[in-house]
Design a protein around this ligand. Structure first.
Ligand code: PMP
Length: 416
């Protein structure tokens, strides 16, 4: 396996099984899982409803390809289309978030006959050749070679950069002016703006609510499409909304939405949603051998059904709200904590050298090790310095589990 396949922890962890919000390692240690395999175990580990759907479907047929219809794929497409908020929506299933964004870029650049794309600074959109070229984070973008011409825009990072000291309204105004300035300097048409409503790998950073709606007004004047990368923010994780774009909804939904991670609860499902006119603009055939496979689609249907029936978005809002409140209180008393931010069950704790804005990746690593030793798994992110702790448990997290995790985090932060 490649050297660049990053593993967490000095002594990497082998996870063997899970249940609910817990996982076990090969040595028999149990952990409370506050990272959910990168925000992907959405409902719970070993959720009987999902496990049964997978087993039942695997017993019938595992694979057929998109050359043939399968009922779970059509049913899931219909549910996702209805939930997306995009009128006259079409859904194409892929096997990952990278591939979903790649499909979105193919659609937008073909529809607009332009290879120019606007992306946000500090973004992450995947590991393929096309998606690393719209990833505004050098820690995750190994080459500057690109099939696209990418123009980076301000706005996704509220508490750093040249506009950090402004009020929310002034910040949005400055970012809109920056967008207009970039467009004014650009020759020819621009295909799309792609943005994560809350940046994931970037360290759970986000703009003030409404910023992308303000961008939308400008984009509309140029016919530029808005792609919302909902790979981390979809399915109610942010608590307040089902999709992250809904915090920026004043001027309507995005033209294209991409999703992955949580929908399959770990089965590999990604996908792209677009209105028919955009989705159908490709005039060559396309297939996906594995996209929309019966087993993954059956898992997605069962998982989505469970999420909606148990109002896990509401749980993310309630339990996530309590957790964030607790983390903010802890953060206020730990000198290494520069910022505690997030929404729903997406919480970020940014660590710096006390009293400065200087990233402190060693402190982040120390907290990761200390929480692991105490039986809690968390993630990290935040620009190339990766000095943000990321907390994103399954959306069924209980209040007791939130308290237990916060307790462990508090101890680890105090030990810095
Ligand atoms: N977009 C975002 C916002 C992501 O966080 C990720 C994965 N971390 C991707 C795209 C790529 O998804 P995948 O790893 O499934 O290819």
């Amino acid at each position: 396996m490649p050297d660049w396949m990053a593993l967490y922890y000095d002594r990497p962890l082998e996870i063997t099984h899970g249940e609910g919000r817990h996982v076990w390692d090969a040595e028999g240690n149990r952990y409370l899982d506050f990272f959910a395999g990168i925000l992907t175990t959405m409902t719970a580990h070993a959720l009987p409803e999902v496990t049964k759907a997978v087993a039942d479907q695997a017993g019938r047929i595992i694979h057929s390809s998109t050359l043939y219809l399968n009922r779970p794929m059509v049913e899931l497409a219909e549910r996702v289309a209805a939930l997306s908020g995009i009128p006259d929506a079409r859904v194409f299933f892929t096997t990952s978030g990278t591939e979903a964004n790649d499909a979105a870029l193919l659609l937008a650049t073909t529809y607009r006959r332009s290879n120019q794309v606007l992306a946000m600074r500090n973004s992450y959109h995947g590991r393929s050749f096309s998606t690393v070229s719209i990833t505004g984070n050098r820690g995750w973008s190994p080459t500057s070679l690109s099939p696209l011409q990418t123009l980076y825009v301000h706005g996704a990072v509220r508490t750093r950069g040249p506009f950090a000291a402004l009020t929310d309204a002034q910040f949005t105004e400055a970012c809109v002016a920056d967008l207009q300035d970039v467009l004014g300097q650009t020759r020819g048409s621009v295909a799309a703006l792609i943005a994560e409503p809350i940046q994931g790998i970037g360290g759970f950073t986000s703009p003030p609510d409404g910023l992308y709606a303000a961008f939308r007004e400008v984009l509309d004047r140029h016919g530029i499409l808005w792609i919302s990368d909902e790979v981390q923010t979809g399915w109610g994780r942010t608590g307040d909304h089902f999709w992250g774009w809904q915090a920026h909804a004043e001027n309507g939904p995005p033209d294209i939405l991409t999703f992955a991670k949580g929908i399959g609860n770990g089965m590999s499902i990604g996908g792209v949603v677009a209105r028919a006119e955009v989705m159908n603009c490709l005039d060559a055939n396309s297939i996906s051998t594995f996209g929309g496979s019966p087993v993954t689609m059956a898992a997605g249907l069962a998982n989505l059904g469970y999420l909606l029936e148990h109002d896990l978005q509401g749980n993310a809002r309630r339990v996530g709200g309590l957790l964030l409140e607790r983390l903010r209180a802890i953060g206020a008393t730990v000198p290494h904590v520069r910022d505690v931010r997030g929404r729903g069950l997406m919480a970020g704790i940014e660590l710096t050298h006390p009293g400065t804005d200087r990233a402190h990746p060693e402190a982040t690593a120390a907290v990761l090790e200390a929480t692991r030793a105490a039986g809690l798994l968390i993630g990290r992110g935040g620009g190339h310095d990766t000095s943000v702790l990321r907390i994103a448990p399954p959306l069924s997290l209980t209040v007791a589990e939130a308290e237990e995790g916060a307790e462990i985090l508090e101890q680890a932060l105090r030990s810095l």
